[in-house]
Design a protein around this ligand. Structure first.
Ligand code: BGC
Ligand code: BGC
Length: 576
């Protein structure tokens, strides 16, 4: 019998069956970093500092008002900011959160995504109200493909990719993702997550490539390279996007696996286990880093000057910008979402400020700079970092989002070549746990009963961060171009002269040769995914009952387990 640990995937699943059958001085702060231990390396980014770029940025900075500067470091979210706000304030960037779409329409077309990007861009360069012509930049969570966009290619979540042990395929996935993101007019993504998940009770375990820092490091390098392309000439071209290594640092090592919890590792362990994705991702030239919600020894990272400034910027030499996480600044002691000079002072460069609180936050920051509470030098450094990245990604030279090279090309979204890469990743990420009596490979011309609530449920195959934030509330029809596991099996079996019958509850009229039971975790994301222990279906065991029933009927049973993390499934394994 065979038992497998599959990760969440929504690529066409014919492949799954095949797999199953065969199986500068201005830029640095004045902090003295002498106290930073030597194991934190000084990193050479492939994008070398350029005098020309620094001069251009200095010239811009010299003409900017405090309000214009603060606008560069406040990032509102599309549900709570309008194009007219953009015209009035000229934000340096904006985002769409998980499950947030143009016009609040889940079914927004690529044209609608581009239209919003275009409108925001035009408003940002319109100087009639704010006096600024600096182009804005849109950031999105393309964490397993361009996952907020209907019809985009979805790739396995990171934990599955980690199981492949194939950094070169990771680079291809990143290259394809960058293109699909560009096709919607977006230039920046909040990925990769380079957490080393050390406690599987954490609901973001599936966003981590591995608990092994070496795997995380190798993948971070490959994915950043694929997302940003060849940057040795100092530029990210218009086929690629700005990447973000996140969440700095220690998110995968909180006590009890609590999301946004406290990491109590000693500093060398923090470096050795949790920082390797930054060593490699920054070594590959990632232009942004996202600060983490977690604390280190009780202090929230968003307010940790030692780690953000002394370690990351001064010692490691990171010269891109640090973006905050979803009102993460508001969690610093003494801060609220709308008032937090502490974060900027600690080294955060861009406040992720979803919710209407962006407005008081903006005005408070302006007042704090004007009063001297925030030194102008710190604001200038933050803005310099943002502008430097904008120059490097060509924002001052590229045409507007609707007119960029990939923008009009709808064939890029869900392109067959990208889906082929996704299928390869699906095949390679499957983990076989058991194959008693060599049940696998199955005879393809068998009579197959396909059972379990994961059999014909693409949303369940795909996990969190899939169209919606938690990955819930989606229908199979929300995934044009994708196949459910049942559909993939049916296709392959019918082609060989066999038959596949879908029966979620495992009932049948005609006894099958074999049953494939697809079951596992339902989608979840941040927070909701945290669990108290790793026993699967604790106290419920309905999937176990289904496996046992089929087995008791004398039917050989193949279990396909969809999960975002290793779980205790001994009873289910023993029942196949
Ligand atoms: C998550 C980040 C994500 C951000 C924007 C946060 O809650 O922690 O990973 O990039 O939201 O959606
Ligand atoms: C957003 C997510 C975000 C989360 C944080 C959601 O509403 O869509 O992107 O990470 O809120 O709480």
């Amino acid at each position: 019998m065979q038992y497998r640990l599959a990760t969440s995937v929504a690529a066409a699943l014919g492949a799954l069956l095949l797999g199953a059958c065969s199986s500068n001085p201005e830029a640095t702060s004045t902090t003295n970093n002498a106290a930073v231990p030597d194991y934190w390396p000084s990193i050479q980014s492939p994008i070398a500092r350029s005098d020309e770029v620094e001069k251009k940025v200095s010239e811009m900075l010299a003409t900017m008002t405090v309000k214009q500067k603060v606008a560069q470091i406040v990032q509102p979210e599309i549900r709570d900011v309008t194009v007219e706000d953009m015209r009035e304030y000229g934000f340096g960037s904006y985002l769409n959160g998980g499950g947030s779409f143009p016009n609040n329409n889940k079914h927004a077309t690529p044209d609608e995504w581009i239209a919003l990007a275009e409108a925001m861009y035009q408003a940002s360069i319109d100087d009639s109200l704010d006096g600024s012509t600096i182009p804005t930049m849109w950031g999105t969570d393309a964490v397993h493909g361009h996952n907020n966009v209907i019809g985009a290619t979805l790739f396995p979540h990171n934990i599955g990719l980690g199981a492949m042990r194939d950094p070169s395929l990771i680079e291809k996935i990143a290259t394809a993702t960058a293109k699909e993101v560009r096709a919607t007019g977006i230039d920046w993504i909040f990925a990769p997550t380079v957490a080393a998940a050390r406690d599987d009770r954490w609901g973001r375990t599936y966003e981590s490539y591995s608990e092994d820092p070496e795997v995380v490091g190798a993948y971070a390098r490959a994915i950043v390279t694929g997302l940003q392309g060849d940057i040795s000439d100092g530029n990210i071209d218009d086929q690629h996007v700005v990447s973000t290594v996140k969440h700095f640092v220690g998110d995968g090592g909180t006590e009890h696996g609590d999301d946004q919890g406290n990491n109590i590792a000693d500093e060398e362990t923090l470096f050795r286990i949790h920082a390797q994705g930054y060593v490699e991702g920054l070594g590959a030239g990632s232009q942004s880093v996202m600060a983490s919600f977690n604390s280190w020894h009780g202090e929230k990272l968003h307010g940790n000057k030692y780690l953000l400034t002394d370690v990351l910027k001064d010692k490691m030499g990171f010269d891109g910008f640090v973006v905050g996480d979803w009102n993460g600044h508001g969690q610093i002691e003494g801060c609220t979402n709308d008032n937090c000079p502490q974060a900027l002072l600690a080294g955060l460069d861009v406040y992720m400020a979803p919710t209407p609180t962006w407005k008081p936050l903006f005005h408070n920051l302006v007042a704090q700079v004007e009063s001297g509470e925030i030194p102008m030098s710190r604001l200038d450094d933050a803005v310099r970092r943002v502008l430097r990245v904008k120059v490097r990604v060509g924002l001052f030279d590229l045409p507007s989002p609707a007119n960029r090279s990939l923008s009009g090309d709808k064939s890029i979204i869900g392109h067959p070549e990208h889906r082929a890469i996704a299928r390869e990743a699906v095949r390679k990420s499957l983990v076989m746990l058991k194959n008693n009596d060599h049940l696998l490979p199955l005879e393809p011309n068998s009579k197959v009963l396909v059972a379990g609530d994961g059999a014909h449920n693409i949303g369940k195959q795909s996990g969190g961060w899939t169209i919606t934030w938690q990955g819930t509330g989606n229908e199979n029809s929300d995934f044009p171009g994708a196949s459910s596991i049942y559909q993939g099996i049916r296709q392959a079996v019918s082609a060989a002269g066999g038959s596949a019958v879908l029966s979620v509850d495992g009932s049948y009229d005609e006894k099958p040769d074999v049953a494939i039971v697809v079951f596992g975790e339902n989608p979840y994301a941040e927070g909701n995914g945290d669990i108290a222990n790793v026993e699967y279906q604790r106290g419920e065991k309905s999937d176990l009952a289904l496996l046992k029933k089929l087995k008791a009927d004398g039917i050989p049973v193949v279990g396909v387990f969809i999960t975002g993390r290793p779980l205790w499934v001994n009873p289910e394994i023993n029942a196949t």
